[in-house]
Design a protein around this ligand. Sequence first.
Ligand code: PLP
Length: 447
Amino acid sequence: MTQPRTTADWQALGRQHLLAPFSDYKQLGAKGARIIQRADGVYLWDSEGRKILDAMAGLWCVNVGYGRRELADATHRQMLELPYYNLFFQTAHPPAIELAAAIAEIAPAGMRHVFFAGSGSEANDTVLRLVRHYWAIKDQPQKKVIIGRINGYHGSTVAGASLGGMKAMHGQGDLPIPGIEHIAQPYWYGEGGAMDPQAFGEWAAEELEKKILEVGEERVAAFIAEPIQGAGGVIIPPQSYWPRVRKILARYDILFVADEVICGFGRTGEWFGSQYYGLEPDLMPIAKGLTSGYLPMGGVIVRDHVAQTLAEGGEFYHGYTYSGHPVAAAVALENIRILREEKIVERVKAETAPYLQKRWQELADHPLVGEARGLGMLGALELVQDKKSRTRFPGGIGMRCREHCFANGLIMRAVGDTMIVSPPLVIDREEIDALIGLVRTCLDATA
Ligand code: PLP
């Protein structure tokens, strides 16, 4: 096959053969995809040679930045040593065992076991199987219902999309599957109206208790939530929210699943979002920052009592060909080593996140910005027509803003009219200054 060379060649070949995820096929048909060819640090280059600041770290995942030779070397070494073997049927291999141990060291106290998967979605499929299996072992097989949240995102497989609360995803494929309920999200700016943010946070937390009582405690297996909702629009809950949720969870015999796929591996300035908020989950799905996206890998970290119950249950008829894949595990180990040795998480907490957040707040004075919010290495801007009444633009403006970002060499994500950033954790001050400058240019172009 001839190697296509021009952007138009790539786009044409893509149109002929590639079915891209989460892409509007009508738009792709008309315009063709943007072709990303290489990357280094916090920057990407497209097939036209344009330099783009990747303020999304890929899909919230390239925590250590692009171009880390150590990760390529770890891949190469492991490929030659043992490119593949599985963890099925009483076998294991050193990279998976060492990785589980390394994760146990950074995880919240008392969470010392990991079940590996190939992605965040697979991790959440594992969550569904695991929590139901857990209750069956405990002679409570009727405890099957899992409570998630509207606009929560837990992946795109049937279980992941069902646990998530994305209406558009539910609309395709008859989801959610039975046994999954959703409650309100703690989205004060969008849904709090005239309510004080703290009162709204408590109201949103109490929705959990209402749902538990409606379903019946004896039927509820688990509550699943992201510490900060990512794909739902970087929803940072009011301070009152998590303490109230914790009190409610303490009252009922249900498992708590903190989906750390985005918040994990340093994004909040702690290793996990649960540590930032002082949560004590029973299960934590992970992926993305686990390998900084260099290879696909996910997993579920479980609390000791869950691992103990599983041990009593005999065989767990669940797993993936690539659970704990040795090459992905070697990359994850090297990625964790980089995060630790370069003190990247500590630096996020002490320097990078405070600086990003200080500069991010400056954007609040822009005429389009109704709210500038952020935490750790996450930021969101609410675009509105009228700041006072929080009135949105008819027909929306987020996609237009995103186009201006592309045109100006910036990747920022649009969730409706909420513009989002989640840059690599290694972004430096100068690059943050460049990011803020580009965001302002794009907002000006959109206004
Ligand atoms: N959970 C959360 C919180 C996510 O943000 C995502 C992906 O964005 C997933 C799960 C699914 O992960 P994956 O796309 O690796 O399947």
